[in-house]
Design a protein around this ligand. Structure first.
Ligand SMILES: *Cc1c(COP(=O)(O)O)cnc(C)c1O
Length: 337
């Protein structure tokens, strides 16, 4: 029996019963094993510690109103981790191993899957690290794949409320031909200073611009950006943003609603023409944005204190699909049984 107050849980680490481990050694992946240990023992010269051979994923499992547990698009997370692993010379994890590990971790921690309609979910954190010892700069020959999970509360505890963002020009999250399209820890390290400063200055996070011209919107903190105008869903096209699975899903839902979808450059100046703007990612699905201030020019772009109608519709639809309340027309959910 748990007596967890699901709706007040933060987005943070929570100890559960089991996590999955799989080691790549001597040129092959070993058995998928499960442990109750929260620790990893590794060589002090492991490449993840020195040269950033580290990649991760984030996805959620939801208990539906029908009692079934659904994992949202784990095949897409598997594909992205595969691409990321290739991108930083790590041994990739095949899709079936990835899915099997995720499904088993959900099953073995079933008592931590929050009840339907609590707004809470079970967050899964797959992790791939280079564990082989190297001092020369080169890829490791040993890797560890881990999947752990823990319950997280609803992102919006006081309703679907818009937040403020700050445009920064004195920091970049990722370089145009760098690792921005890969989900690697290094990109996060690069964003911590500016993210913390944005918090301290009263913003939810910062909006990064393209690193060359500082003209186009790249990403909104650790989330993708989109804007709505003239029945069109517009989202940046860039070689330094992480391809968000939430964004991909919202583009499809926008098409389903009869909207147009554009993936193209979005300049800072264009902001004033949008009816609604928002950030999107697994944690919140959609974070509507009320205000964006350019930290350098002090120019303010305002979008209202309430979430707009299209953001609200997209949010309700995606959450409804995840929680089994709305028909899953595109077969995005994997039912865990
Ligand atoms: C994970 C992540 C996102 C969101 O991706 P989802 O698949 O929607 O969760 C967006 N931007 C960055 C930098 C990320 O790391």
């Amino acid at each position: 029996m748990n007596d967890i107050n699901w709706s007040s849980l933060p987005f943070g680490y929570y100890k559960t019963d089991w996590n999955a481990r799989c080691y790549f050694k001597n040129g092959k992946w070993g058995e998928l094993t499960f442990t109750q240990s929260e620790e990893i023992t590794m060589h002090m010269a492991a490449t993840c510690l020195h040269y950033g051979q580290e990649a991760f994923e984030g996805l959620k499992a939801f208990r539906g109103v029908d009692g079934k547990i659904r994992l949202f698009r784990p095949d897409e997370n598997a594909k992205r981790l595969y691409r990321t692993a290739k991108g930083i010379m790590m041994q990739p994890v095949e899709e079936d191993l990835f899915i099997k590990a995720c499904v088993e971790v959900v099953k073995r921690n079933e008592r931590f899957v929050p009840p339907a309609s609590s707004g809470a979910s079970l967050y899964l954190r797959p992790l791939l690290i280079g564990t082989g010892a190297e001092v020369g700069v080169k890829p490791a020959d040993e890797y560890l794949f881990v999947v752990f999970a823990g319950p997280v509360g609803p992102y919006f505890k006081e309703g679907f409320r818009p937040v403020k963002f700050q445009i920064v020009k004195d920091f970049d999250r990722a370089a145009p031909l760098g690792t921005g399209t890969f989900k690697v820890g290094g990109n996060y390290a690069a964003s911590l200073y500016s993210g913390q400063r944005a918090h301290d200055e009263g913003y939810s996070n910062c909006i990064y611009l393209d690193a060359i011209e500082k003209k186009y919107i790249d990403e909104a903190g650790a989330a993708n950006f989109f804007g709505i105008k003239n029945n069109t869903y517009c989202t940046p096209k860039s070689t330094s943003i992480l391809p968000s699975i939430t964004n991909m899903s919202l583009r499809q839902l926008a098409l389903d609603l009869g909207m147009k979808v554009e993936e193209r450059h979005i300049s800072v100046e264009e902001l004033s023409s949008f009816e609604e703007v928002a950030a999107c990612g697994t944690a919140a699905v959609i974070s509507p944005i009320s205000q964006i201030e350019d930290r350098e020019t002090k120019k303010i772009y305002s979008f209202g204190q309430e979430a707009g109608p299209i953001c609200t519709k997209l949010y309700e639809t995606l959450k409804g699909i995840q929680e089994g309340r709305i028909e899953d027309k595109h077969s995005w959910n994997l039912i865990v049984e």
